[in-house]
Design a protein around this ligand. Structure first.
Ligand code: AP5
Length: 234
């Protein structure tokens, strides 16, 4: 069954996309959120927006993100809680890059329970480090709408220009190889254990995220179809 037909059902829960930097979480979560008409919440995008606007939060997190470390949990949770209190989150949402530590996951469980959401669907994107490095070195992102491109695999029609809105494409400062190394280490140390946390609760699915964008999308559609069959809704 394709994702398009699955998407006729209303989404009424959180979808959580786990995985290392460059695994394709942003690419897939934007598509899924669009299909279900629910918000896409990327803590990385929110933090980069704070940096771009020069807010107090942005000034604190800029050096942390520039060296590839994770932002402290209390700052991330405050930002997420504020966003989740907005009304467009009442029908569900897609988390991209959140939660990222055990305390974030535990706090999210409490928030979802308080808001009356059922258990989330959690998907772990699995890709080897060589492919991650290849993808991140080729990534360009639209400075206006956030569209994600890859000069090797998914280039824009006109180099440096977004197909969707004509915005200038930029490279993320944390995609420099030395910072990517730190981000991968932070992932191994702090985020990878979350897979076990969700597996123990029977909530974890995995996808082979080394496959093509279309094949990963199809695999996600299968996971959503199974979750819907199991729980009576997605
Ligand atoms: P964040 O912005 O979340 O980055 P990330 O998790 O490191 O993930 P990326 O955005 O790099 O990769 P992605 O998996 O989304 O891949 P994408 O789809 O772009 O976090 C950045 C920083 O913010 C962190 O280091 C931390 O400091 C801070 N932060 C964020 N959240 C935090 C939290 N909760 N707690 C604490 N700190 C936090 O794809 C990558 C490239 O591959 C693209 O070019 C794309 O076109 C290409 N591609 C995608 N899929 C495929 C495919 N199937 N085949 C071939 N190419 C593909």
């Amino acid at each position: 069954m394709s994702m398009v037909s699955v998407a006729r059902m209303p989404l009424n829960r959180a979808l959580i996309f786990l995985g290392p930097p460059g695994a394709g979480k942003g690419t897939q979560s934007k598509r899924v959120a669009q299909r279900y008409g629910v918000p896409h919440l990327s803590t990385g995008d929110m933090l980069r927006d704070a940096i771009g606007r020069g807010t107090p939060l942005g000034q604190i997190v800029r050096p942390i993100m520039e060296r590839g470390d994770l932002v402290p949990d209390d700052l991330v949770m405050k930002m997420v809680e504020e966003r989740l209190s907005e009304p467009d989150f009442s029908k569900g949402f897609v988390f991209d890059g959140f939660p990222r530590t055990l305390p974030q996951a535990e706090q999210l469980d409490r928030i979802l329970e308080r808001k009356g959401f059922g258990k989330p669907v959690v998907i772990d994107f699995q890709v080897d480090d060589g492919e991650l490095l290849r993808r991140l070195s080729g990534r360009w992102t639209c400075s206006v709408g956030g569209e994600i491109y890859n000069v090797n695999d998914a280039p824009p029609k006109v180099p440096g220009v977004c197909d969707a809105d004509g915005g200038a494409l930029v490279q993320r400062p944390d995609d420099r190889p030395e910072v990517v190394k730190e981000r991968l280490a932070a992932y191994q140390r702090q985020t990878k254990p979350l897979a076990d946390y969700y597996r123990r609760q029977g909530l974890l699915d995995t996808v082979n995220a080394a496959a093509s964008v279309e094949d990963v999308g199809r695999a996600l559609g299968e996971i959503f179809r199974r979750a819907e069959g199991r729980d009576g809704h997605l």
